[in-house]
Design a binder for this molecule. Structure first.
Ligand code: UD1
Ligand code: CA
Length: 452
C-alpha cells in the first residue's frame, strides 16, 4: 500500500526572527525539515510531499534533487488547508501528516501510525504535558474514545484543563481525508481551516481513532523560537553522546561534544572536551582525540592521535599517525601510517608517505611525499603562481632543511638533501645535496653604526 507523507512547512515561523525559513534552521547540523524527510523516506512505499509557502524558493533550493514533490500553499489558511494543497498528488493508500518544525519524530512512531491507518483507522499521536497551554486538547468520551480535538483558543475552561494534547501528527486512509478536507470550515477563533476538525468527522462517521504516544516528549517537540531550537539541539546531542559511549567511545564530558552528521567508529576511542565532528566521520579503534578539535568529513585510522586544537577537513589519517597540536589538514590530505604532522602545519592535497614527518610551521600543498621523509621547520611548498597550481614531489628518505621554499613544479629525489634556507627551483636528483641560498660573508672589523 502506498504511503503519502505530507510534511507541513509553509508557516513563517516569525518567532525565529530570521530571514531563513524556520524549517531550514538546523538541529545536529541538518535542517529540521531534512530530519523529517530522512526519517519518513525510510517508510515502505513512501512518497513525500512538502507543503511550502513562506520562503518557498529557499525551501525548493535547499531540498532540490531529492525524491519529493512540493505543494505550494499561497496563503496560510490553516493546517487543514495546507494538507489540502498536497492532495492532488496523493494516492489511494494512507496519508501521514508530519511537521517540518518537529524534527525528531522517530521512524518507528511514524510506522505505528501508518499501520493503524492501513487498518482503516485514524492514528493520532498525542502526548500528556504538565503544561498544555497553546496546544489542541484531546477530547475523549466516557468510554475514553477520542471524539474531537479542540484548539486552545476555542476551548472551554473544562476543556483547557485536559492535559492530553495533539502533537499534530496523524495518519488515516487517503480516501476519507479527501472526503473530509473540503468539508472543513474556518468558523473558529482563528478563522483557519483546522486539520484537527477531521477528528470529530472521523468519530461522527464511526471511524475508529487510535491514539498512541511517543517514546519521549522530545520526539514531538516543535520549534517556534531559538530557545526551543537550542533546547532540542542539546537533547539531540545528549542522545548522540550516549550512543557513542554505549558503542565504546570514552567521552571526557558527554555535554561537551557535538556531532553534526554521521559517525562510524570502532572501540576504545577517547575524545576530550569541546570536539566537533561534522559531516561523515570515520574513526578506527584506539584513537585519541584531544580537546578543541574540529573534524569534518574525515577518516582516522586505528591508533592515531589527534592532538589539541587541530582542524581536519576531508582528510585521511593513517594508522598510528600523530597530528597537531594546532595542525590544519585541509581537503585532499592523505597521511599514510605513522606519519607525523606537528604544530602550525597546514596541508592541502598532499599525500604524505609512511613515517614521514612535517613537524613544525610548514605549508605542504599539492604534494606527493614518499616515506621516511623529514620536512624541516618552516618549509613551504610554493604551489601557486597567482594563476595556476603546481605539484611538488619528494622521494623516499629525502631531508628538507628548515626554512626551505620548494618552488613548484619541482622534484626532490629519494635520499636527497636540501640545505636549510634554500629556495629550490630546479629538480634535485636522488641522493644529491642542493644548496640554494646566499653565500655567507663574514666581515671582520665591522664598524657598527653610531647615532648621528
Ligand atoms: C497545531 C494544531 C494543534 C497542535 C499543535 C502542535 C491545528 C489546527 N492545530 O496548532 O492541535 O496541538 O499544532 O504543535 O492543526 N502550517 C502550514 N500552513 C498553514 C498553517 C500551518 O504549513 O496554513 C504549518 C506550520 O508551518 C507549522 C504547522 O503547520 O509547521 C503547525 O502550524 P501552527 O500554526 O503552528 O499550528 P498550531 O497553532 O501550533
Ligand atoms: Ca505550532
Amino acid at each position: 500500500m502506498s504511503v503519502d507523507v505530507v510534511i507541513l512547512a509553509a508557516g513563517q515561523g516569525s518567532r525565529m526572527k530570521s530571514a531563513l525559513p524556520k524549517v531550514l534552521h538546523r538541529v545536529g547540523g541538518k535542517p529540521m525539515v531534512q530530519h523529517v524527510i530522512d526519517r519518513a523516506s525510510q517508510l515502505d512505499n513512501a512518497k513525500l510531499h512538502v507543503v511550502i509557502g513562506h520562503g518557498a524558493d529557499q525551501l525548493r533550493e535547499a531540498l532540490a534533487g531529492q525524491p519529493l514533490t512540493f505543494a505550494l500553499q499561497q496563503q496560510q489558511l490553516g493546517t487543514g488547508h495546507a494538507v489540502a494543497q498536497a492532495m492532488p498528488a496523493v494516492g489511494e493508500g494512507v496519508v501521514l501528516v508530519l511537521y517540518g518544525d518537529v524534527p525528531l519524530t522517530e521512524q518507528q512512531t511514524m510506522q505505528q501510525l501508518v499501520n493503524i491507518a492501513a487498518q482503516g483507522k485514524l492514528g493520532l499521536l498525542t502526548v500528556e504535558l504538565a503544561d498544555p497551554t497553546g496546544y489542541g486538547r484531546i477530547i475523549r468520551n466516557e468510554r475514553q474514545q477520542v471524539v474531537a480535538i479542540i484548539e486552545q483558543k476555542d476551548a472551554s475552561e473544562a476543556q483547557r484543563a485536559v492535559r492530553e494534547v495533539n502533537t499534530g501528527i496523524l495518519a488515516l486512509p487517503a480516501k476519507a481525508l479527501a472526503e473530509w478536507l473540503p468539508q472543513l470550515s474556518a468558523e473558529n477563533a482563528q478563522g483557519e481551516y483546522y486539520l484537527t476538525d477531521i477528528i470529530a468527522m472521523a468519530a461522527g462517521q464511526g471511524m475508529p481513532i487510535e491514539a498512541i504516544q511517543p517514546g519521549c516528549e522530545q520526539e514531538v517537540q516543535g520549534v517556534n523560537n531559538r530557545l526551543q531550537l537550542a533546547t532540542l539541539e542539546r537533547w539531540y546531542q545528549q542522545q548522540q553522546a550516549e550512543q557513542l559511549m554505549l558503542g565504546g567511545v570514552t567521552l571526557a564530558d558527554p555535554a561537551r561534544i557535538d556531532l553534526r552528521g554521521e559517525i562510524e567508529h570502532g572501540q576504545d576511542i577517547c575524545i576530550d572536551i569541546n570536539v566537533v565532528l561534522e559531516g561523515r566521520v570515520k574513526i578506527g579503534n584506539n584513537v585519541l582525540i584531544e580537546s578543541n578539535c574540529v573534524i569534518r568529513d574525515s577518516e582516522i585510522a586505528d591508533g592515531a592521535h589527534i592532538k589539541a586544537n587541530s582542524h581536519l577537513e576531508q582528510a585521511q589519517v593513517g594508522a598510528g599517525c600523530e597530528v597537531g597540536p594546532y595542525a590544519r589538514l585541509r581537503p585532499g590530505t592523505e597521511l599514510a601510517d605513522k606519519a607525523k604532522i606537528g604544530n602550525f602545519v597546514e596541508t592541502k592535497k598532499a599525500r604524505i608517505g609512511p613515517g614521514s614527518k612535517v613537524n613544525h610551521l610548514s605549508y605542504v600543498g599539492d604534494s606527493l611525499i614518499g616515506q621516511g621523509v623529514n620536512i624541516g621547520a618552516g618549509t613551504i611548498t610554493c604551489n601557486y603562481d597567482g594563476v595556476n597550481k603546481f605539484r611538488t614531489e619528494i622521494g623516499d628518505g629525502a631531508f628538507i632543511g628548515s626554512n626551505s621554499s620548494l618552488v613548484a613544479p619541482v622534484q626532490i629525489g629519494a635520499g636527497a638533501t636540501v640545505a636549510a634556507g634554500s629556495t629550490v627551483t630546479k629538480a634535485v636528483a636522488d641522493d644529491e645535496l642542493a644548496v640554494a641560498r646566499g653565500k655567507q660573508r663574514n666581515i671582520s672589523s665591522w664598524q657598527k653604526p653610531r647615532k648621528a
